[in-house]
Design a protein around this ligand. Structure first.
Ligand code: CAA
Length: 258
């Protein structure tokens, strides 16, 4: 897309596809890329035809982290005034489900971008890590928070304090990865999952995602209350009537997102 310098952006049916495209820097996440990714997701959010989004990189690297070349000379005042990391708010504000399709390196900010996605599909070649400590810094795009919630304290501390990489088996075992597939299946698997999601009632999909996201923040009693009220509210939708009628009539439902 001519409007983007660091991304390839397209829609495939009801799926928005973003390919990180800074191959010479292993898709290092510079300010331009983060801004463009926010813009691309806002456009998908606004596009009624899009029901889910896939974010992928190259075969060698999903993303090798924040751009070290860009950050190397920055002072505290520089990063504070630029609010380095703050621009990701636009990416996570997208309510439509995001699927990361990860091949190769997902390090530092790259691992954190995967953690910002709702589903992580990884190829057998994927490697995850938070190597920030080796650079004299710490994760700054959510790595200490989302990773600890996703994999627990013991594994998060190990990764963040030693900077080591983990292979895809370990990443799946500890709950960072949703599915592992052969490299040649990666993009198809992610797009098929996104298509499937996009075919369900959009109201139900967004409500389901919202409720699971609440589980990352709220206590169990609050979370259960939110889930129950949201579950009950879906009985106000046409799609609930349609979905249940279709089941009983042994036919495919036709959801209208109403
Ligand atoms: N930023 C900028 N450039 C990067 C980069 C990064 N994070 N990662 C790789 N590159 C560049 C390299 O500088 C190199 O460029 P040149 O050809 O111009 O020298 C090119 O991409 C290819 O990289 P390598 O030659 O290093 O490739 P490799 O196959 O030998 O090694 C790698 C691959 C192990 C991923 C290695 O590139 C690496 O360790 N990268 C840095 C990983 C890292 O530390 N990430 C954390 C960044 S900090 C962060 O993300 C902070 C945060 O949480 C907010």
């Amino acid at each position: 897309d001519a409007a983007f310098e660091t991304l390839l952006v397209e829609t495939r049916g009801a799926v928005g596809l973003v390919t990180l495209n800074r191959p010479k820097a292993l898709n290092a996440l510079n300010a331009a890329l983060i801004e463009e990714l926010g813009r691309a997701l806002e456009a998908f959010e606004a596009d009624e035809a899009v029901g889910a989004v896939v974010i992928t990189g190259s075969e060698k690297a999903f993303a090798a982290g924040a751009d070290i070349r860009e950050m190397a000379q920055m002072s505290f005042a520089d990063v504070y005034l630029a609010d380095l990391g703050g621009a990701w708010a636009r990416v996570v504000a997208c309510r439509k489900p995001r699927i990361a399709a990860v091949s190769g390196y997902a390090l530092g900010g790259g691992a954190e971008l995967a953690q910002m996605c709702d589903i992580v599909i990884a190829s057998t070649t994927a490697k995850f890590g938070q190597p920030e400590i080796t650079l004299g810094i710490i994760p700054g795009f959510g790595g200490t928070q989302r990773l600890a919630r996703a994999v627990g304290k013991a594994k998060a501390m190990d990764l963040i304090l030693t900077g080591r990489m983990m292979d895809v088996e370990e990443a799946e075992r500890c709950g960072l990865v949703s599915r592992v597939v052969a490299p040649e299946r990666l993009l198809d698997e992610a797009i098929e999952a996104a298509e499937k999601i996009a075919g369900f009632s959009r109201v139900a999909v967004l409500a389901a995602k919202e409720a699971v996201d609440v589980a990352q923040e709220a206590g169990l009693t609050e979370g259960m209350r939110f889930e129950r009220r949201t579950f009950q509210s879906l009985f106000a939708t046409d799609d609930q009537s349609e979905g249940m009628a279709a089941f009983l009539e042994k036919r495919k439902p036709s959801f209208r997102n109403r």
